[in-house]
Structures are given as structure tokens and as C-alpha cells.
Design a protein around this ligand. Structure first.
Ligand code: MG
Length: 397
């Protein structure tokens, strides 16, 4: 008997699959979603046919085009992705109320105790996949085990349109032959350090003496090892338990009303950097960012944007925020207040992608830079280290 039954459900090549529903001519051909090759466009998502040519997300579009002759590019119907995502999670939500969406195309579900109602875990997972395929024409892969961690690895392992069940007690055995990079939380930097000690497979990590890991990786070491053994008791947290009302934000009322866009952009970046730093101090990630603008006539406008993956890095919020601001500051009225708020807070690991080494590397090195900057700020004060626009702001005022 399984003590818990946790599913990790992940849509396959989600953006591309939605595009194929909208335009079936894209089916069976190498397709990417992303910006144009002549600009600075990058690949946001690639079909499996394109991935076979080495095309992956975050790759410059021009490079993707060179790698894969006949590659079809669509710029993306982003509002449709949100709608498709909600439709999928509505289907899955019929099987259990304990559903935690972790990104636009990914969720954990707790089906513990639903056996009598819906049948065995495998039957339920299979019904979910068939229902999503038949009703929405999207492919879903599901990993099943008694915890989130192992289910997540299992779904990555089973892709595309797969279903993989790791039996109770078999967690460590399942993980052992996999590369250490398969474990969420191990990025290229950690993997590289492990490789220096000839630890390349999760089995080797699980078997390494724990004092050695503590010596080498500090407190992180033993946690790494128990994860490599497939141990994880993080609960699946539906939104009503996550306290979505919690948020971290900063706002500022200006001494004199302003209409200078460059100033507003720089101010936004400075407010964000304060908020993101508090987020990191609390060990939280945010999935949503909102911008608030109050005009001189007290009309207030708020807009928000949801990230694909929760993050605690300034850089992940900055572009979407500047984009929001760009669309908002359209009235020919002076601005008196600007605010930034991070919501949808969750505790946990930043998601890493198995297929996206380049992106992981960027995230890990950015994360190292950001924590170094936090340390310096703690020692010498917040204004010592600033990102580009915030520095511009303090120099121009
Ligand atoms: Mg996916």
C-alpha cells in the first residue's frame, strides 16, 4: 500500500501544442514559438521535432534557424496559453481538490485516499491523460509516486505523453542510475562540483558518506543526499492553503509629480530590487508581479503578470514589469505614485529544466551574483550595490 499518492502532471511542449490546436498545419513539423530571427528573438518553446535538431528554449532564434532547416516559427498566442492551461487544470481538478499549479503547464496533485472513488493511481492518471487529449487535444505526461520529488523526476523521465509510476520503496532504486542533473535543485554548477568528486549518478550521491557531503556542501549536503535517495515530504499545497493574500511590495509617492519615463523605469527597478531582496531573505519565490501607478488626478491603475516559473531573481521580474509599465503609462497625466508588489508566494526550489542546460546555467550564475550582492548590502548598506537602472537613478537625482 502506498502511504501517499502524488502526481506530477506536465504538459508536453505546451506552447507548441496549443499552436498546433490553433493551426493543425504545424503538426508533425519542427516548430518553435518565439521572437523573429532578425531581431534579438529567442526560442520560448520548441517542438520535439525541432529538439531533435538541438533546438532548445532560450536559444537565439537565428541560431535555431541555422540548426534546423525548415524550422517553422510562430510568435505565440500568449493569451491562449493561459486559457488552455486553465482548461487543463479544470479537468484535473475534477479528480482531486488538492491541486497545486506550479507553472502554466505543470501541477502537483495529491490523490491519496481517492482510490475507492476513482480506481488505482495508474488508472486515474491514464484517465486524466486520455481526457485531456480527447477534450483539449493536448498531451500530458504524469509521474506518480508517494512524493513530489520522485513524481517530478518520473514525469521528466516519461516524456512525451508518458505515464510512469514509481512503487513505494523503489524511489532510491529508480533514481540511482539517473544523472545527478535529473534531480530538481541540482543545476550545472552543483553538478560540476559533484563531478569533481566522481559523483555523476544519483546512486553515487545517495551512497556518499554524509560527513563528506556536509564538509563539501555545508548544510545543503545532507539535504542533497536525502533528495538523491528520493526522500521528500513536502505537501501538495492548493492555493487556499498557500495564503495567496501574502505579498511583498514597495511603493513610493514622489515629492513632485513626474512624467519622465526613464525615471519611472529606473524607480521601478529600484523598488523591485528592494522587494526581491526581502523575498530572498524569507526564502520565498513569487509567481506574480504587479505594478501600481497613481496619477496626479488620483486615478490608480494596477496591472499584473504571472511568470512561467516562480522566482526570487530581480532579472526574472524586470522585463515583464517594464512591459507592464510601458502599457500603463499611456495617459498624458503626471504620475504621483509608483508601486511594485510580488504575490503568489511559495516556499521551495527554483524550478530547473532537464532539457535546458543553458538556461539553468544562466539562472544558477545569476542566483550566485544576486546572493553575493545581498551579502554586500547586508554588510555595507542597500545603496552600495545596485543594478544598472537603479544606479542610474541615484546618480541622476
Ligand atoms: Mg511542460
Amino acid at each position: 500500500m502506498r502511504t501517499r499518492s502524488i502526481f506530477h502532471a506536465d504538459l508536453d511542449a505546451f506552447f507548441v501544442s496549443v499552436e498546433r490546436v490553433l493551426d493543425p498545419r504545424l503538426c508533425g513539423r519542427p516548430v518553435v514559438v518565439g521572437g523573429p530571427a532578425d531581431g534579438r528573438g529567442v526560442v520560448a518553446a520548441a517542438s520535439y521535432e525541432a529538439r531533435a535538431f538541438g533546438v532548445c528554449s532560450a536559444m537565439p532564434m537565428a541560431q535555431a534557424m541555422r540548426r534546423c532547416p525548415g524550422l517553422l516559427r510562430v510568435s505565440g498566442s500568449h493569451s491562449m496559453y493561459g486559457r488552455a492551461s486553465r482548461a487543463v487544470f479544470d479537468v484535473l481538478g475534477q479528480y482531486t481538490p488538492i491541486l497545486e499549479k506550479v507553472s502554466i503547464d505543470e501541477a502537483y496533485l495529491d490523490l491519496t485516499g481517492t482510490g475507492l472513488l476513482f480506481g488505482g493511481a495508474i488508472d486515474v492518471a491514464d484517465r486524466m491523460r486520455r481526457e485531456v487529449r480527447e477534450r483539449l487535444r493536448l498531451d500530458l505526461t504524469i509521474g506518480v509516486s508517494q512524493n513530489r520529488l520522485v513524481s517530478k523526476v518520473a514525469s521528466a523521465f516519461a516524456k512525451p505523453y508518458g505515464l510512469f509510476d514509481v512503487a513505494l520503496g523503489q524511489e532510491a532504486t529508480f533514481l540511482a542510475p539517473l544523472d545527478v542533473r535529473a534531480l530538481p535543485g541540482i543545476g550545472p554548477v552543483t553538478a560540476h562540483r559533484l563531478k569533481d568528486w566522481n559523483i555523476e549518478k544519483l546512486g553515487a550521491l545517495a551512497d556518499t558518506a554524509s560527513w563528506f557531503l556536509r564538509e563539501t556542501f555545508g548544510d545543503h549536503g545532507p539535504a542533497l543526499q536525502s533528495r538523491a535517495r528520493g526522500e521528500d515530504d513536502t505537501p501538495v499545497c492548493p492555493p487556499w492553503e498557500r495564503n495567496e493574500s501574502k505579498s511583498i511590495g514597495h511603493e513610493e509617492t514622489f515629492a513632485t509629480d513626474v512624467d519622465d519615463h526613464a525615471f519611472l523605469r529606473a524607480k521601478l527597478s529600484a523598488l523591485l530590487s528592494k522587494a526581491a531582496r526581502r523575498l530572498r531573505k524569507k526564502g520565498l519565490l513569487a509567481r506574480k508581479v504587479s505594478v501600481k501607478l497613481r496619477y496626479a488626478d488620483f486615478v490608480t491603475e494596477t496591472r499584473d503578470c504571472t511568470l512561467r516559473e516562480p522566482s526570487d531573481l530581480d532579472g526574472d521580474f524586470l522585463d515583464p514589469m517594464q512591459e507592464l509599465l510601458h502599457h500603463m503609462a499611456s495617459r498624458r497625466t503626471l504620475v504621483r505614485l509608483l508601486g511594485v508588489r510580488l504575490t503568489g508566494l511559495v516556499r521551495g526550489f527554483r524550478q530547473t529544466s532537464l532539457f535546458d542546460a543553458e538556461q539553468d546555467f544562466k539562472t544558477e550564475s545569476r542566483s550566485a551574483i544576486v546572493s553575493a550582492m545581498d551579502d554586500i548590502r547586508d554588510k555595507y548598506g542597500a545603496s552600495v550595490v545596485q543594478s544598472g537602472e537603479a544606479a542610474w537613478l541615484s546618480n541622476s537625482r
